[in-house]
Ligand binder design. Structure first.
Ligand SMILES: *[C@@H]1O[C@H](CO)[C@@H](O)[C@H](O)[C@H]1NC(C)=O
Ligand SMILES: *[C@@H]1O[C@H](CO)[C@@H](O)[C@H](O)[C@H]1NC(C)=O
Length: 493
């Protein structure tokens, strides 16, 4: 999703952040009336060209709806299958009482295509599943500063509620109804991990956007993770991380305090950048990301967000009264960050294209910003003791009723999690994924494994299309879909 042009855009954002007077207060003025609040999730149509009918979207629609998500932001480029898939998605959304809207990706669309974009909006505007806000067609984007909004509206033949990913200091904020901030991760203002000199928090981004919006609705981002590791085996080589660690928990708390009109979860199914919260089994094609996505389910993040989404919709600043099922959610990277995989890593071989400036060899750029820890969030109805064992490291915590986060230093070996009360175990489980001191499939994998106690009923796995390019560029043996393979025979596996 990251174009080279974002460099300039982010420099603009950085200077704007610096320009915000210290006394600028966000106050209550930006906090939206609970009744108006909507939550979206970014959905990549670019990797779902393998779907054959509207029913192929039903599981995504049902899951998102049950979580409290109001609409999918359907990210579209200009792939030949785009309309086929949009038709399926709009139909499935209608069948499942969900909403959807178009999000134009300006990595592929050009700002001089305003009329054409307007016509694309018109093509779907009257579909029953189209999201409307204030009775207008809701439309968003990735990038797009400088598009002629009135020309786009005349192409659409009607008024629209336009909430693009314009950037403060770049796009004209007078022309729009609201704006999406994409930068859901702490960064350096130049699309990489923060440095001590250039350290921009997600909240800095919130402030810059709200200052530029002057009270217009803000579409605030929430993301759990960022790690990408494409080498010369693809033309879009890129290899970096943003600090993620406990971000999914801290950001949700930040958003409940902020109370923006709209929130967008980034993302449902962008496997390449590791910020998917949707299942691995959600049908998609492999862009080469299966190397770090295989055996790395994220559904626990989806479950963690549930009480936060309910609290946001109710206008509350705490998820504590919205926990209907007790759970422990945990996540960690599968290997310690110092592990040396240079001899076999995909990014060490060949001549990768670095026109984007996003390609680095070896450990992903920004790797030092990720901590060797196991991250744990407890969702409890009454206080309890959480016991975590990570390899040789063991710690126990007094957890309050409600949501709370803990960290334990990462230990190589098995990962165990338990809840007890009055000395009696209430629930416990051993993760299906050990932390290991070897290079899995030969590569540096800075994606996260996410698990839950109680454990999910089925093991979430990539389908055949989602794993099709696993071996491309690999320089070490790599077994497919290994999760749970070594479970005791008693489980029937
Ligand atoms: C950036 O700032 C945060 C606190 O706002 C701090 O925790 C982090 O260590 C800083 N990062 C760097 C690289 O200095
Ligand atoms: C790719 O470009 C970026 C930005 O210029 C640079 O920092 C990085 O070192 C380059 N990567 C390689 C492998 O040369």
């Amino acid at each position: 999703m990251f174009a080279k042009s974002l460099f300039l855009v982010l420099i603009g954002l950085l200077s704007l952040v610096a320009a915000i007077p210290a006394f600028y207060s966000l106050g209550d003025a930006v906090s939206a009336d609970a009744n108006d609040r909507l939550i979206f999730c970014h959905f990549m149509i670019g990797i779902t060209g393998n779907r054959n009918s509207a029913t192929d979207y039903d599981d995504d629609m049902k899951r998102a709806k049950s979580l409290g998500i109001d609409a999918f932001a359907l990210n579209i480029g200009v792939d030949p299958y785009t309309d086929t898939q949009l038709n399926f998605a709009y139909e499935s959304a209608a069948n499942n009482d969900m909403k959807v809207f178009l999000s134009f990706d300006f990595n592929w669309w050009h700002i001089n295509q305003a009329s054409e974009i307007g016509q694309k909006i018109k093509q779907y505007a009257s579909r029953p599943a189209q999201l409307k806000v204030d009775n207008k067609i809701f439309v968003s984007s990735f990038a797009g500063d400088g598009i002629d909004v009135s020309q786009m509206k005349s192409g659409a033949g009607q008024d629209i509620f336009f909430v693009p990913n314009f950037h403060p200091g770049q796009g004209n904020f007078n022309d729009i109804q609201g704006a999406l901030n994409w930068m859901a991760w702490p960064n350096d203002g130049n699309n990489k991990a923060p440095t001590s000199g250039n350290n921009i928090t997600v909240a800095d981004g919130d402030n810059a956007y709200m200052a530029a919006l002057k009270g217009k609705p803000y579409l605030a981002p929430a993301s759990a993770w960022f790690s990408t590791h494409f080498g010369s085996e693809v033309s879009y080589s890129k290899n970096w991380v943003f600090p993620s660690d406990l971000l999914w928990y801290t950001r949700w708390n930040e958003l409940l305090a902020l109370g923006p009109r709209f929130i967008e979860i980034v993302t449902w199914n962008d496997y390449g950048e590791s910020h998917y919260i949707g299942p691995l089994s959600s049908p998609h094609t492999d862009d080469g990301s299966s190397k770090w996505v295989m055996d790395m389910p994220h559904e626990g993040w989806l479950e963690m967000s549930k009480p936060f989404i309910s609290a946001y919709k109710a206008g509350k600043d705490s998820p504590d009264n919205f926990i209907d099922e007790e759970k422990i959610i945990y996540w960690y990277r599968p290997t310690p960050r110092d592990l040396d995989c240079d001899a076999t890593d995909t990014t060490m071989a060949g001549n990768a294209n670095n026109a984007s400036g996003n390609f680095f060899r070896g450990r992903p750029n920004g790797w030092e910003s990720m901590a060797d820890e196991v991250f744990v969030v407890s969702l409890l109805k009454s206080p309890g003791t959480i016991q975590v064992t990570s390899g040789k490291n063991s710690k126990s915590f007094d957890a309050k009723a409600g949501a709370q986060a803990f960290t334990v230093p990462m230990g190589v070996g098995q990962q165990k999690f338990a809840l007890s009360r009055d000395g009696k175990e209430v629930m416990s489980d051993t993760s299906l994924k050990d932390i290991v001191n070897k290079c899995i499939c030969g590569i540096y994998n800075f994606n996260a494994y996410v698990g839950t106690v109680p454990v999910a009923k089925t093991i979430d796995k990539l389908g055949a299309d989602g794993i099709a390019r696993l071996h491309e560029g690999l320089r070490a043996p790599c077994a497919e879909n290994t999760l749970g393979r070594h479970m005791p025979t008693a489980t029937g596996v």
